[in-house]
Design a protein around this ligand. Structure first.
Ligand code: APR
Ligand code: PHB
Length: 394
């Protein structure tokens, strides 16, 4: 039997950052992760960091490589009906920008920081079960290297992502689940090609949505809207590039530079919120509590915003200030979550082709897109949401 203050399930950005912030506040934790370190660090995920996420990583001492290698972007492009429209970010959003830096790079930096500080991350920890979460003595059991392990703790942080088990530990009668499914998915590729534009391009086209992004000066990241049950085998590289070119077509003649495809996968899209984010001594954070479609690039950023509030609430508990900050955690986090849910849903509805959509719906999308790019007020609203609302004092 092992004892710690906070047992954290999941070594994604949420679990690792929580462990890091708790360590800085003098609170002990153990991170339990089902997968291997190599798997977690190699998984290609999102890559856009909001200003608040960048600031948090830097201020907490894990932003050194991010400062060197992150690509700061001061604009994004919305492209539709053959024309691209650049939306400035910092001028419209009070100096705030986004930074392109792969989620797995954030994960690598956090794993390294935790291990260098003597942190306890247990990879390949399987068969996790939570016990007595509604009491003040919760426990986590599981298996590691063939042995049963039991961890006694004060709190369990459920940071186990969208397919985790922690949210199921909240009794059905005490949890509300709000959900939207979308009739499409994204096919993503990572290509060895120098990005042929210095900002992200979100394209709305009659053939469907496409997104141009990047990871580094030599790696381009691209996405195509596809059917939710799309088979990867139907998309040889040539077809992906041809389809991307068709959807990015425009009078300026711009197209993404082609290169060797080194990763290809299909990601489903949905919106989901579990409320509340606390049940007794179980606290949910990140994708374990809420999932957004990737269109607004909010998933990783919401995870960071959650654990910032949660770490401060736990630190306040351990410094003898009682449970008031923990009591406020769910409502505080959910306010931001719902703002980001709306923006992600809105951007998804604006930019994708809906299979059942008629000409009326397409005209509405065009009208809204025209408004967003032509009105200073609408551009500013877009920019403010895209770079992320400032964090309030926790
Ligand atoms: N036991 C242990 N670990 C688990 C279990 C389990 N039963 N189930 C899932 N995990 C692990 C996963 O292997 C993963 O490493 O939990 C981790 C969850 O990490 P993420 O899915 O990355 O979720 P989160 O940390 O909340 O990060 C937020 O932002 O870009 C978005 O959705 C994207 O991952 C992203 C997220
Ligand atoms: C990415 O670079 O992976 C990316 C960028 C913007 C998004 C989603 C994903 O909206």
């Amino acid at each position: 039997m092992i004892r710690t203050q906070v047992a954290i399930v999941g070594a994604g950005p949420a679990g690792l950052m929580l462990s890091h912030l708790l360590h800085r506040a003098g609170v002990a934790s153990i991170v339990l992760e089902a997968r291997s370190r190599g798997y977690v660090e190699g998984r290609v995920r999102a890559g856009v960091l909001e200003q608040g996420t960048v600031d948090l990583l830097k201020q907490s001492g894990v932003g050194e490589r991010l400062a060197r290698e992150g690509l700061v972007h001061d604009a994004v492009e919305l492209r539709f009906q053959g024309r691209g429209h650049r939306i400035e970010l910092s001028r419209l959003a009070r100096g705030r920008t986004i930074t392109v830096y792969g989620q797995q790079e954030v994960v690598k930096d956090l794993v390294r920081a935790r291990l260098e500080a003597g942190g306890d991350i247990r990879f390949e920890f399987t068969d996790i079960a939570l016990h007595e979460v509604a009491t003040s003595r919760p426990r986590v059991t599981g298996r590691m290297q063939g042995e049963s392990v039991e961890i006694a703790c004060d709190f369990i942080a459920g940071c186990d992502g969208s397919h985790g088990i922690c949210r199921e530990a909240v009794p059905r009668s005490q949890r509300a689940v709000h959900e939207r499914a979308y009739p499409f998915a994204w096919l993503g590729i990572l290509a060895r090609a120098a990005p042929s534009r210095d900002h992200l391009v979100y394209a709305h086209h009659d053939r469907g949505f496409a997104l141009f992004s990047m990871r580094s000066p030599t790696l381009t990241r691209l996405y195509l809207q596809v059917a939710p049950d799309e088979e990867l085998s139907a998309w040889p590289d040539e077809r992906v590039w041809d389809e991307l070119e068709a959807r990015f077509e425009g009078e300026d003649g711009w197209r993404p530079a082609r290169g060797a495809v080194i990763e290809k996968s299909v990601t489903g899209m949905r919106s989901l919120v579990v409320e509340p984010m606390r049940h007794g001594r179980l606290l949910l954070a990140g994708d374990a509590a809420h999932v957004v479609p990737p269109t607004g690039a909010k998933g990783l950023n919401l995870a960071m915003a959650d654990v910032r509030v949660l770490a401060a609430a736990l630190a306040s508990f351990y410094s003898g200030e009682g449970e008031s900050a923990l009591d406020a955690y769910s409502a505080t986090a959910l306010e931001r979550v719902w703002r980001a849910q709306h923006f992600s849903w809105w951007m998804t509805a604006l930019l994708h082709r809906f299979p059942e959509g008629d000409s009326f719906q397409r005209r509405l999308q065009h009208a809204q897109l025209e408004y967003v790019v032509s009105s200073e007020a609408a551009r500013a609203s877009f920019a403010e949401n895209y770079v992320g609302l400032p964090f309030e004092a926790p």
